[in-house]
Design a protein around this ligand. Structure first.
Ligand code: NAD
Length: 343
């Protein structure tokens, strides 16, 4: 059986609490299937700044480069908010994206049937929503040149940003999107503001923003530019109800990175109450997209659904009549269901 090396970068705040639960689930998959995982942890973000002065120490980058995939938590917190831009915790994540050429960000937004009422949309609109937004992550408006600010002699100013893409940048993200759509329901919408990307369904970004709240079940896989993807993936995320439920993947070069969409949640960090489901679903995406083990990922997704069906809830998704559990307990319950699914 192959051995897979996984870099575990918990980061800060609840990143440190939810990442071990995701690792626990992967260990269960390893024991059940005979696949061996070698986990190695490293510092990133604020924790790395405290220890080394650098949000992405060379040793962490080197570990990621020699791993098969990265399980990432989240970085940041009030303690480091006043540092210079270049030395802030998020530079750890941005540095990894750049160094590992992670140009495609996969953001699934699934509305779990038993959490429909947590969505701001009406049940009949949102029920059955299962969307994958693929956001181009390293080009477009955030990086295009020329960019900057010009000051005029009369006291006025002009700011310039350029949305530029090379055909190579578009082709490679389109290729990822087609491959992902093939693993899903084989429907792909290319969202743009001018019809220049791939064939299939072309949707203008303003129409897409409207359709996501009007008829989200229309979409399967969506591929779009960096800024549009930033906005649309957050809009799609809201459909799912809670920040604690949303996984993500960033693909591109040889090593991909998997992380919950949420941040370090300083308001609840250290209390053992954070929802680990986003991190656990991220470990499922790791199996699906880095290790081509879609059936094991399906078992993780199904185990999450079963634990929710049994009425277990962390505080963020808790409602009357449900059983309140903490981070570790939720991780144990899901790991237990994954284990049972193999027996
Ligand atoms: P956040 O996602 O950390 O928290 C927003 C709200 O959602 C909070 O009330 C929090 O308690 C709740 N929440 C988030 N995840 C949860 C979970 N798993 N379980 C239960 N509740 C959860 O966003 P924020 O407050 O805007 O940012 C806090 C810090 O995280 C900042 O320093 C920010 O820069 C950083 N951040 C990091 C990342 C990342 O590393 N990718 C992403 C977003 C924010």
């Amino acid at each position: 059986m192959p051995m897979h090396k996984i870099a575990v970068l918990g980061g800060d705040g609840i990143g440190q609490e939810v990442t071990p639960e995701a690792r626990k689930v992967l260990e269960v998959v390893g024991r059940a299937t005979g696949v061996s995982f070698e986990f190695e942890t490293a510092l990133v973000g604020g924790a790395a700044i405290d220890a080394t002065g650098d949000p992405l120490p060379a040793a962490t980058l080197a570990l990621c480069e020699r791993s098969d995939a990265i399980l990432f938590g989240s970085v940041g917190g009030p303690k480091w908010d006043n540092l210079h831009q270049e030395k802030r915790p998020e530079r750890g994540l941005l540095g990894l994206r750049k160094e590992l050429d992670l140009f495609a960000n996969l953001r699934p937004a699934t509305c779990f049937p038993m959490l429909v009422d947590a969505s701001p949309l009406k049940r009949d609109v949102v029920e059955g929503t299962d969307i994958m937004v693929i956001r181009e992550l390293t080009g477009g408006l955030y990086f295009g040149e020329p960019r900057g600010r010009e000051e005029f002699a009369d006291g006025g100013a002009r700011a310039i940003n350029t949305m530029a893409y090379t055909s190579r940048e578009i082709e490679r993200v389109a290729r990822v999107a087609f491959e992902v759509a093939m693993k899903r329901k084989k429907r792909l919408a290319s969202v743009d503001k001018a019809n220049v990307l791939v064939v299939f369904e072309h949707v203008l970004v303003d129409n897409c923003a409207m359709a996501l709240v009007h008829k989200p079940t229309h979409f399967d896989t969506i591929v779009t530019e960096n800024t549009f993807g930033d906005i649309l993936s957050d809009e799609a995320a809201i459909l799912a109800g809670s920040m604690g439920m949303l996984p993500s993947a960033s693909l591109g070069g040889r090593v991909a990175l998997y992380e919950p969409v949420h941040g370090t949640a300083p308001d609840i960090a250290g209390q053992g109450v954070a929802n680990p489901i986003a991190a656990i679903l991220s470990s499922g995406m790791l199996l699906r997209y880095s290790l081509n083990r879609g059936q094991d990922a399906d078992r993780i997704d199904a185990a999450v659904v079963r634990v929710l069906e049994q009425g277990h809830r962390t505080r963020d998704i808790h409602a009357g009549g449900m059983k309140l559990v903490g981070t570790k307990e939720m991780g144990d319950l899901i790991a237990g269901e994954v284990e049972r699914s193999y027996s």
